[in-house]
Design a binder for this molecule. Sequence first.
Ligand code: BES
Ligand code: ZN
Ligand code: ZN
Length: 462
Amino acid sequence: MHSFASPTPDATPVWLVDAGNWEGVKSSIGAAAAAFAEHCGFRPKAGRLQFLPGEGGTLAGVLFGVDEQSAPARDPFAAGKLATSLPEGVYRFANSPQDPDLAALGFLLGLYVYDRFKTTSPAPKPRLVAPDGADKERLERIAAAVAFGRDLVNAPANALGPQALEREAARLAERFGAGVRIVRGEELLAANFPLVHAVGRAAAEEPRIVDFSWGRADAPKVAIVGKGVTFDTGGLDIKPASGMELMKKDMGGAATALTLAQLVMEEGLDLRLRVVIPIVENAISAPAMRPGDVLKSRKGLAVEVGNTDAEGRLILADALAFADEDAPELMFDFATLTGAARVALGPDLPPFYADDDGLAASIAAEAARVRDPVWRMPLWRPYDAMIEGTVGDISNSGSGGGMAGSITAALFLRRFVDKAKAWAHFDVYAWNPKPRAHGPAGGEIQAARALFELLSRRYPRR
Ligand code: BES
Ligand code: ZN
Ligand code: ZN
């Protein structure tokens, strides 16, 4: 499913056609085929698909319209649309895509469907022979890791509660021989994860933290933290129906972290990886935390619960403080943290925050190179005033009335990081509202590919 077809002389050729190469393609397919395509109304426009008939009712080839290299909004994954529009069979690109890796990855990602609960049989899929010059195995590993992450996000909360998400994280760790430690329920108090406990204690399944370490013990330390809220009702400051609808995806940060961890471990990068996933369901029952409660965090800061729906930053506060104790060289966290991030940048462009300009520049560069877009936003210190507590040290909701909501959430997290040499926080959406060339509507993994590239450059396999 996430793999390319073996090369075969029978593969049906697909021509990627734009205004600039249409004349050349016409001469390679021959005058009769070109005349047929034009007769059918084919034009070299992005998204157009034209089948070319062969002898005896066969398919001789396919024309697929793409944007020219210079088009400002050109989608490098456009070829992904072929995965959902071609009939079953084996295909190859007849001419070289502008970026073979991205075109081929677009196709693999475009094959993805979440059909775990469908009782009807899945539609048969086309397969692609990897284009020349594409790094076949690496692309297959990326597609498989993204599919793993998407599956986690797409899983409904009744199928993926805290227990199941713990299992998924632990299974991944065990597959690569990583040492796993899990702390659950009341034990969280003894182990000093009071905020993870407070957020998750009202749910039927216990809150927990999964912590695994992998790699050469004396390699540079990299910590990855992900928000694992398997469902976010909002707690007592309950969300309206419209806001709760998609909240099975509130473990999207955990899914992103696990996707990146899988890539790092499979590639065998030379780093000491630590993955910390706080897992809770933000539910409503008698023991639920209340608005106004003051909680002492792992780090010692007294956190005032201004709003029980700002639960992500609470569990991350303890998880980040914990991962920070190791003084990692690099620390990343991923979280579906705020609605405000979506208001600012929309679903496809997650904001990230980092104080280290060098790190921020490398993240932006890798993101642009592999077309996994992210956008830096400021850890704007003057807004620290907005998250000051009234009776506690710091408030999880603040006094900004929702203004700069993604920034104040990031500033809140920053208070729990100090030993890490560099840290970046990603406020991801983890969801495609609409189908895209490289994936259907539903769970999406953002920023993991970009960071995998960054880590691959800094800590190449030995
Ligand atoms: N999980 C939500 C944030 C969210 C909402 C992400 C919609 C993606 C889509 C988070 O726990 C939350 O509810 N945040 C509140 C914080 C507020 C109460 C300070 C928000 O963003 O409104
Ligand atoms: Zn919430
Ligand atoms: Zn949440």
